[in-house]
Design a protein around this ligand. Sequence first.
Ligand code: NAD
Length: 442
Amino acid sequence: MVNEPTESRSTVENLDPIVISEEQFNRAAHCVKGLKSGLVEFLKKPKRVNIVNFPVEMDDDSVQSFQGFRVQHNRVFGPGKGGIRYHPDVTMEEVVSLAKLMTWKCALVNVPFGGAKGGVVCDTKNLSDRELRRITRRYTSELYDEIGPHQDIPAPDLYTNEQTMAWIFDTYDVLHPGFNNRPVVTGKPIEMGGSYGRYEATGNGCLFATQRFLSKALIPEHQDVAGTRVAIQGFGDVGAVAANAFHRQGAKIIAVSDSKGGIFSAAGLDPTEVERFKATHNTVVGMADTMTITNDELLELECDILLPAALGNQIHAGNAVNVKASLVVEGANNPTTPRADRILQERGIYVLPDILVNAGGVTVSYYEWVQNQVNEQWDYDTTTEKMRAKLHAAVDSVFSRWQAFVVGEESTRDQMPDFRTIALAIAIERVVHATLLRGIWP
Ligand code: NAD
């Protein structure tokens, strides 16, 4: 099949993350009855935005200035919660939109946290471990009391990991002696109070949410992941774990990729072998018995499930028309633009949204935080099964709300709210309800 040429994203749609998150919010707000306009304005904006600029001594004795952000969007359900990403393209607008996403995600899976997010503008590929440690410590000390076990609790995200969390914990602990500071970050190494199952949580959660959704039989030929052909963009914490999880359940992983490109095998890849190859070659590209493809080609492959697990805005107005999967499972945050959402819906392709699909990470982060309060460690099965139950409940609530639209409204499929809109509407309702229950101060 010949694809239509892929248009450049930014020429055809506005990719400003604030604009995108407002558009998604506005669509969902239409599905929420009796929403007061003042509350709408309040929920659209972040509660607090921290911008920090700081110097760091580099290995060659030069000094470089770095910029970091930490945004708290909403704290109605509890302390802020959200990852910290290290990436050269991080902007305040992106961090604000991701903090909002965390508010809705926590509300959707009933985790008692608000939404927050952080980022530092840097390219980890050009930094040594010692430089990364100094950047992390200085960023943490600049934030000082803006984070804390009952204030705002960071976690790993793009290009940060459990080592980053160990440095943040240590810095915070040195600055706040005499307290149990372990719950200040989640996604820590196991030896430092990390939770069993946290590293795997987001990838496993992608599988659990997909299985539950497929069991609803909306895609009659695929009521389970076994036998499905899956293409995964991104082979990091989320993508690699998801690849293994789907593979173990009998799915065929036909393609994976990283920032350097992708690999394809019609016969299916063994994700463990791919991990081994990536560990020695620093990329998946070049693995024996695979065909090299680009990241753009991966998104347009003939497959059943497309699982973006890398950056935002990957499925956009220019390429949504070429997506051939019957289901998009958003492991990454914000991988699909609003224009692409509409195109996919018109084409009958279902999208399981980020706030549902990748919520396994924040759910087990919550369990880590709970364990840290009493210095306990639960086993892998306990955290994983508790998380599975929460994701199933969230999929069920989104699905039954969506079904109520099918039964209750005389609308055709392309006029119906998509799953993102429904999931957001449920989350918005919960946050609004809690806000009014608490009562608006004073
Ligand atoms: P990671 O840094 O571990 O992995 C990112 C992967 O994306 C790497 O394989 C990298 O090579 C690849 N990548 C980078 N640039 C790319 C490009 N231009 N094209 C294709 N691939 C590219 O990050 P992660 O923790 O796996 O996060 C991935 C996504 O999942 C992000 O959107 C993140 O916000 C989201 N997410 C992560 C978690 C979590 O628990 N880690 C939870 C929820 C959501």
